[in-house]
Design a protein around this ligand. Structure first.
Ligand code: APR
Length: 236
């Protein structure tokens, strides 16, 4: 790990990309998915985060998302989120591509944020497909659309396509990246993980910040082992 080399490369970067996962929000108190105590250790993803689960039992799915919305409504961005927002103010070419649905990058001041898995603060109608922001905590279950349809959480579930326009923008940014920070993701979910490979192919200088190894560690030029909230501020 050569922090000076990373700083040098970042200083010369005109189109940096940060690809973030649940680990960047861990120090804010948002549980990750696969780590110890991760959400998928305590809940079955297929019971809660799939279209079939919602079809079968929308009440149960909404109760889980209402619990997560309540938890996330009480937490704040951590120094890692703020460090990326500050980096963007110094280098407006920064694109943050996040798998997180917690909205903490925007709350910390980042402007150019691509939420490729949607947002827990958005809802979408299962009938008319209209999507809107909804920050009610608790949310009335089952929430209804004015059209009469049932609203669903505005997040991407397993087996669902990601929002095409946002994903295209993410691949475009990754394909032009000259520096890519991969922060707090296990790199096991597609197509998000492919964005890191796209950056690698584009010749980006690849840096991973993670408390442990990930499925993407092998394509990194530098890996910084540590907590994002402690490492990022010093690095940026
Ligand atoms: N700082 C940096 N990295 C951390 C920290 C931390 N404080 N805490 C945990 N990590 C790392 C873990 O080592 C792990 O590699 O964050 C990663 C979290 O991995 P996951 O829980 O798998 O989260 P993520 O990669 O974002 O999952 C991707 O899977 O369940 C779906 O849609 C969901 O967006 C999610 C996607």
């Amino acid at each position: 790990m050569n922090l000076e080399r990373i700083r040098e490369k970042l200083k010369g970067s005109v189109s940096p990309v940060a690809l973030t996962g649940a680990g960047i929000s861990a120090e804010s108190g948002v549980p990750t998915f696969r780590g110890p105590g991760g959400l998928w250790k305590n809940f079955r993803a297929e019971d809660l985060a799939t279209p079939e689960a919602f079809e079968a039992d929308p009440l149960r799915v909404w109760e889980w998302y209402d619990w997560r919305r309540g938890l996330i409504s009480r937490i704040k961005p951590n120094p890692a989120h703020y460090a990326l927002a500050e980096l963007e103010s110094k280098n407006p070419g920064l694109t943050v591509i996040t798998q997180n649905v917690d909205g903490l990058h925007t709350l910390a001041g980042s402007r150019n944020v691509l939420e490729i898995h949607g947002s827990i603060w958005r809802v979408a109608c299962t009938e008319c497909k209209n999507s809107s922001e909804n920050r009610e905590v608790p949310i009335k279950i089952l929430p209804g659309c004015p059209c009469g349809g049932v609203l669903r959480p505005g997040v991407v579930w397993f087996g669902e396509a990601l929002p095409e326009d946002i994903l295209n923008e993410a691949f475009e940014a990754s394909g032009k990246a000259d520096f890519m920070l991969v922060v707090g993701t296990s790199g096991v979910v597609q197509p998000a993980a492919s964005l890191a490979y796209r950056g690698k192919e584009a010749g980006a200088f690849m840096v991973e910040i993670n408390t442990g190894p990930s499925a993407l560690s092998n394509i990194m030029d530098e890996t910084v082992s540590g907590k994002a909230g402690e490492v990022l501020p010093g690095l940026l």
